[in-house]
Design a protein around this ligand. Structure first.
Ligand SMILES: Cc1ncc(COP(=O)(O)O)c(C=O)c1O
Length: 457
């Protein structure tokens, strides 16, 4: 095989240039502030707004992307980005994504890519085992946790109606027996949108009261029946706390309802023996949404929709066309929203193959410990914790709404770290989400100092 240096084709040179630039980006991004400078933002105006009249050399395009684009990135891969629930990409996943990008596989049907189908199947099964989900469960990769929620909600809707003898495929939704939804009052906003798209409006929804940490209160849980879809969560986006599944789900099942759990990041607690008690009973649900992008640090576009019974997913998602008919066990296009799709499972496979069961447990434990460290430092510095820290989330407040907003703005301007704001029980708060595997104890110390400095300046 010729060495790469001797491969002089423009395509290979372009790939080597991209690899070099990507490596240089990774090497230097730690020295950059977490958020782009004013200059880098101003330079974005240099991207031409006019569509080029004709072809431009590919190497010029790559150079423009790197020279104007790289400085304007938000550095989420160096341990001090604590916004939303955003982890940096694991190096092995990035490397796998680079190779799989060159493969350019479509994993819609196994016949379209045997390698992608194989790794997708292994990765999906590993995720289910790691999370302690039932042997029967099937997981299918999708764009993110919001789409995973959407996929499961549509599967649940069709399954509940099917049990009443109503086929959505045949008869649609008009005139269907009405469904009820009981949702945690703290359910993630993506679920509300998913319900709307699924044809279920607010009037069909009853909110289950929650406590000061955002957990559903068992004693106040509304009545459920066999046409009720119940929406719970593992990991509240603000506090990190989870619903009491072990008590709630048997109750829901006794009344005939369907229990769905949004576990976008919180479901990963089940992968660490020391944290598993925080989501005890979550395996009893009928469906789960999660995201390998969040805690596992896979690249974006790594959501997972999971159903206890594969038939429920297939009923809702099957395409009826001869040219894509399939007797395969995992015909992905019949298990999710998309037809053509990239081989998403490759990156999650690479992470799980690289770190193994104990490596993932260690990752989960480590980020929980870093979140506790952050909470302790901020509390010691005088900030008020709005909930005991749970999993990888810290929710704090500084004096009053105005001060809290001012501290968040000052931290963002300082660029040592990045944190976002939220409203918790009517009051402004700062969210710190420790989601990047590369975050060290020193990163937390530096970030906590920056936050307290921004408060007291
Ligand atoms: C609990 C929860 N559900 C759903 C989502 C939506 O996830 P995504 O942005 O991957 O679609 C998030 C995002 O942070 C989340 O925290």
């Amino acid at each position: 095989m010729p060495t790469l240096e001797r491969m002089r084709s423009p395509k290979i040179q372009l790939m080597l240039d991209a690899a070099n630039r990507a490596a240089a980006y990774l090497e230097s991004s730690g020295q950059r502030g977490v958020f782009p400078t004013e200059q880098a933002l101003a330079d974005l105006a240099r991207f031409p707004r006019e569509l080029p009249a004709g072809p431009v050399p590919a190497e010029n395009i790559l150079a423009m992307l790197d020279e104007l684009g790289s400085p304007a990135t938000v550095v989420s891969t160096h341990g001090r980005y604590f916004g939303f629930v955003t982890g940096g990409v694991d190096p092995v996943a990035l490397a796998a994504a680079t190779l799989a990008g060159a493969w350019d596989q479509n994993v819609a049907l196994p016949v379209m890519s045997p390698i992608a189908a194989t790794l997708d199947e292994i990765a999906a099964a590993w995720v289910c085992r790691l999370l302690g989900l039932p042997e029967t469960a099937i997981a299918t990769f999708c764009a993110g946790a919001a789409i995973a929620n959407q996929t499961c909600i549509v599967a649940a809707r069709d399954a509940l109606l099917d049990r009443t003898g109503w086929s959505v495929e045949q008869r649609g939704l008009a005139g269907a027996p009405p469904l009820r939804v009981v949702a945690s009052a703290e359910i993630h906003v993506s679920v509300n949108k998913a319900l709307r798209i699924a044809g279920i409006g607010r009037d069909a929804m009853v909110l289950a009261p929650t406590d000061e940490c955002g957990r559903v209160i068992v004693e106040e849980f509304p009545v459920v029946d066999e046409r009720t879809l119940v929406l719970l969560q593992a990991g509240n986006v603000n506090t990190g706390h989870s619903d009491p599944f072990a008590e709630l789900i048997p109750l829901i099942h006794r009344q005939g309802g369907w229990a769905h759990v949004d576990g976008a990041f919180g479901l990963w607690a089940a992968a660490a023996p020391a944290q598993r008690h925080l989501v005890a009973g979550v395996e009893l649900a009928d469906s789960w949404a999660t995201d390998a992008h969040k805690w596992l640090n896979a690249p974006y576009d790594s959501g997972l929709a999971i159903c206890r019974d594969p038939a429920d997913l297939r009923r809702a998602m099957v395409f009826d066309a001869a040219y894509v008919a399939s007797e395969d066990e995992r015909p992905l296009l019949h298990l999710g929203m998309q037809m053509s799709q990239r081989a998403r499972g490759v990156e999650t496979w690479a992470i799980l193959a690289r770190h193994g069961r104990t490596g993932i447990a260690d990752l989960v434990d480590r980020l929980c410990a870093r979140a506790r460290q952050m909470a302790e430092l901020l509390e010691k510095g005088g900030a008020r914790l709005l909930a005991p820290p749970a999993l990888n989330q810290v929710l704090v407040r500084f004096d009053d709404d105005q001060t809290t907003d001012a501290v968040i703005a000052a931290v963002q301007a300082d660029r040592t770290c990045w944190v976002g704001g939220t409203v918790w029980h009517g009051r402004r708060a700062m969210r710190v989400s420790v989601s990047d595997a590369s975050t060290t104890a020193d990163d937390i110390t530096a970030a906590a100092e920056a936050i307290l400095r921004s408060w007291h300046q």
